[in-house]
Design a protein around this ligand. Structure first.
Ligand SMILES: [Zn+2]
Length: 641
């Protein structure tokens, strides 16, 4: 049985700050005085620090390589600007994190700012959990002093650019030593593998690249470890870590307030300037910034392209024969976006070849990528990175584990084999496998668009409807693709023209429209949107097709995972009847493919798992509680699979 690959992401508290600081200090004046005083030349001349043969990369900051040293030349106007810092593992030793971490796994995300203090540059970690949203409120000062921002690192200013508009710092030590807050190896794994320390002799800065909006650093790090996850005789763990630093938008996107009746991933903040006589907690949904190219046409109700569409690149390592299904899965979301008024809002593309773009890298935070991971893990995940001030999703990498298709093949055989002759084989038809893969990718992309699981979506349909060809072809097997409703296990032998595999449903269109992808132009603040948003919900209230059910409601018979239909007892009775038929025929359906019993053993084991799941769906009804979410109910935790 497939065990859950849980990527549990705590939603942190974040907020928006407009603390008014005396911005750039008079750097120019200072340098001039340094030049004239001549007493103690604290700073070297620019040409001494950055000689003409330095390797320079221009972008957000200029970066320079001088022999083995790296320098950042930070323009004064980039000081005190909010930047998002994302730490990921770019190359990973096998079996690190028990198989659920992979190339591309994010290990930390934080907002940072570079600030000058006297002759130093400080890299500060910014907190967005607690602020005064009203920048004129006096309490803003109190919030600041009670949330002093930690300093991640301090650098001496080495030199100034010739026109004094930028400071030069040496980042070599910072990027080649073990800095805990940006480490690829968290404390839990350090404990597990008995990591002693970073081995300086085997650790290097691999590359530093500057792009217009971001700086990407790759570090090759080796830690000494008593019990490494693989290659234990070496006694160490080597990994490549990618550090992305991206400038956050000057003006954060206008956030949309969360409403628990429609499922969304969220960011939270506490507002101390609220007039509600208490610190006010605000929860915003996470969504991409889609703005109509032609706002007037949009207002008239025409389909309009967004200024910046969401683009997903395919991993350069994707097998050729699977590419079309992955692209379909990504672009399937175009339809729900059309419901929200946008055309061509999401686009799939092949990764550029090295000739087309020699600097393309899947870790570059400007690119969202469907990563294809050569790993024996059977899973797929859809995490994303968002602006903590507004919930704007900035980038996401969907991760597909190579062996995931095998679990889909097995369950297709077990759960639909009785009613579906084409599933009765280990060698499932390529197109049918492709269709399953397409739906998994679309589901994971759904997570990356802001949608959590909606476990009530499969409770929207009558059990008997699953035996109706026309109904299933039209409506799929759940009102949303974001449910754990994978296969139609209710349809019985002899039922005709049945849809067995999941597909997008009406709830996905509704959620895409509600969830911020429908622009409300007349609203100039999140609060002004509330009445309209509420009316959209009330229009559909009471219709099970548009109901959201939390994954965490394990006590609720309506929100069960891996179940379909609005009567679990009836549904499981049908499912078990099918399973008995499958159990009797398994040897016959598989023996022509194998000369041993390995596959049969694997399938029998999984069959028992399916059987006990069907039984579990019935058990939940005993003492179960039906949950109907009202407006304010926080969703603190989500699980992505
Ligand atoms: Zn999922």
């Amino acid at each position: 049985m497939k065990k859950s690959g849980l990527l549990i992401a705590m939603m942190f508290l974040f907020a928006f700050s407009t603390s008014c600081k005396t911005a750039q200090k008079a750097v120019a004046a200072k340098t001039d005085s340094e030049k004239t005083s001549k007493k103690k030349p604290k700073f070297k001349s620019y040409s001494k620090v950055i000689p003409t043969d330095a390797i320079t990369d221009d972008g957000l900051f200029k970066t320079h390589q001088v022999e083995e040293d790296f320098f950042y030349e930070i323009p004064n106007n980039m000081l005190e600007k909010d930047m998002l810092w994302v730490t990921r593992i770019a190359q990973i030793p096998s079996n690190l994190g028990g198989g659920y971490m992979n190339a591309g796994s994010k290990t930390n995300q934080q907002v940072v700012a570079w600030e000058r203090f006297q002759n130093k540059i400080l890299l500060k970690i910014k907190s967005y959990s607690e602020v005064a949203l009203d920048s004129t409120a006096a309490i803003g000062n109190s919030v600041k002093v009670n949330n002093y921002e930690p300093i991640m690192y301090a650098f001496d200013i080495e030199a100034f650019s010739s026109d004094s508009t930028a400071v030069v710092i040496n980042v070599t030590k910072f990027l080649s030593t073990d800095v805990p807050s940006i480490s690829g190896l968290g404390s839990r794994l350090r404990k597990q593998y008995k990591v002693r320390s970073l081995d300086k002799d085997r650790s290097f800065i691999n590359s530093v690249k500057s792009f217009p909006e971001n700086i990407e650093v790759k570090q090759d790090f080796t830690f000494t470890a008593a019990e490494p996850p693989s290659n234990s005789s070496v006694g160490s763990i080597s990994m490549q870590v990618n550090q992305s630093m991206i400038l956050l938008p000057e003006v954060p996107m206008q956030p949309r307030l969360f409403d628990s009746r429609v499922g969304f991933f969220t960011v939270d903040q506490i507002d101390y300037s609220s007039k509600a006589l208490k610190a006010d907690e605000k929860t915003y949904i996470r969504r991409w910034r889609l703005e109509p190219k032609d706002p007037e046409a949009y207002a008239r109700g025409e389909l309009v392209e967004p200024i910046k569409p969401i683009i997903y690149y395919l991993d350069p390592g994707t097998p050729e024969n699977l590419k079309e299904y992955i692209k379909q899965g990504i672009e399937d979301w175009q339809k729900p976006f059309e419901t929200a008024g946008f055309k061509n809002a999401i686009i799939a593309r092949d990764a550029p070849t090295p000739e087309e773009d020699p600097e393309f890298s899947p870790e570059d935070i400007r690119y969202s990528v469907v990563r294809y991971v050569a790993s024996t893990t059977r899973n797929a995940v859809g995490p994303s990175v968002s602006d903590p001030r507004s919930g704007e999703i900035i980038e996401s990498d969907i991760i597909w584990y190579h062996n995931h298709l095998r679990s889909y093949r097995n369950r297709y055989l077990l759960e639909t084999g009785a009613a579906n002759p084409s599933a009765r084989t280990l060698d499932t038809d390529t197109e049918e496998m492709g269709e399953m893969m397409r739906q998994v990718i679309a589901h994971e992309v759904g997570h990356a668009l802001g949608f959590p699981h909606n476990m009530a979506a499969s409770f929207a349909y009558n059990v008997e409807d699953y035996r109706d060809g026309t109904f299933t072809q039209e409506n799929g097997i759940a009102a949303s693709l974001m449910d754990y409703a994978r296969y139609n296990y209710i349809a019985q032998p002899g039922d005709e023209n049945i849809r067995f595999v999941r597909q997008m449903g009406p709830y996905d269109h509704y959620a895409a429209n509600w969830g911020g992808y429908r622009v409300i132009p007349e609203a100039t603040s999140p609060e002004e949107e509330v009445a309209t948003l509420n009316s959209w919900i009330m229009e559909k209230a009471g219709d099970p097709v548009y109901k959201f059910g939390r994954q965490s409601s394990r006590f609720d018979p309506q929100s069960q995972t891996e179940s379909i239909g609005n009567d679990p007892i009836k549904a499981s009775t049908y499912g078990m009847k099918n399973l008995k038929y499958v159990a009797q025929n398994l040897p016959l359906w598989t023996s022509n493919q194998t000369d041993n019993y390995d596959d049969l053993q694997e399938l029998y084991g999984e069959l028992l798992g399916v059987y006990s799941r069907y039984a579990g769906h019935v058990v939940t009804n005993v003492g179960g509680v039906n949950e109907d979410l009202k407006k304010h109910h926080k969703q603190e935790l989500f699980i992505v699979r």
